[in-house]
Design a binder for this molecule. Sequence first.
Ligand code: AMP
Length: 396
Amino acid sequence: MSQTVLVINSGSSSIKYQLLNPKTGQVLAKGLCEQIGEPTGLIRHVAHGNTTVVTERVADHGQGLQRILDLFEKCGPKIEDAGVVAVGHRVVQGGSYFDGPAIIDQKVHATITKLCPLAPLHNPAHLKGIDVGKKLLPDVPHVAVFDTAFFHSLPEAAATYALDQTVAQEYKIRRYGAHGTSHQLVSRQVSEFLGRDDLRQIVLHLGNGSSASAVKNGRAVDTSMGLTPLEGLVMGTRTGDIDPAVVFHLARTAGMSADDVDVLFNKKSGLLGLCGDNDMRAVRGRANAGDTQARLALDIVLHRLQKYVGAYVAVLNGLDVLTFTAGIGENDGELRAELCAHLTFMGIELDEDANAVRSPEPRVISTPQSKVTVMVVPTNEELEIARQAMSLVEGR
Ligand code: AMP
């Protein structure tokens, strides 16, 4: 029987899941339970090529996961026959404690709980998924895979903010990064694809949330997300980098509270705040139809990307590979071409035909003459979580 891992990504009002074989990458089932706690919940379960949709109230995460397990029983594959060797839980914030996946025992659970103030939207929601998961699937190990783990090794100079260190240490303020599972998977796939470990890489994970990382010889040496996923690139609804004095200014002149500014910066800014749309396809469509507001939003996104790439080339003292991944990075060939057109100074030469190809496989989109190899590598965080969970369980 094949061995599988059930991957759970538990959010504040949703549970996303996949049952997959980490060795082959085959997905046996996947789905999403949404609107937990609201009058009507929605569960979508995909297995054996069929999609089953259930709309009914889901009171809490416990009920949500129970319904999901009922759907496995009814629509397949049956969990007890699926060879599940571990449950892998995505956890956004692992603080300074975790440099890799961890089996969730009492101590690990307590540490994830202790880290809730650093990820108030995410870690409490993950804990709900972990608690109900352990209750409903008690016979397999549950493994936490942290978004921050890949950035645990950041050099102190990159991870430390120039803040009074008494305050920084007391409140654990430093650069933790995020999207680490994706940056780790993608940079490793680039190494495997090119058959080289000694690479200076920049990975651009461009999705609704976006982040950049600088990776040297397989180790992350800088990343754009910071204490939280707010810092760095312009995103769907987040500001990315902004002068922190904007916070004091808004507090003093607009009477905004910390929560007001939190919502403004995280939910109402980025592409949405700049032009009214947060979906890149809509922004791109409007810009191509001559909408100047959408075009300016794209130019601001590109300008920030250009600055980060330039900075990371300096951090890495050169560059071998620039890689695009995630929804925008994998699909928006125009954005890749626009960014690379700004990077010709370092000898980047894009192959227009290769850039136009759509494929689920890792691919090179630069010309053979290009001084830097430019790649598109599809990310797959669930598969990476499953692989990490399985290798931890196998190595016990
Ligand atoms: P993710 O968070 O990785 O799922 O990425 C979501 C983002 O990818 C959204 O902004 C989508 O608009 C964007 N996206 C998906 N497909 C395309 C596409 N064909 N062209 C441009 N953007 C896309």
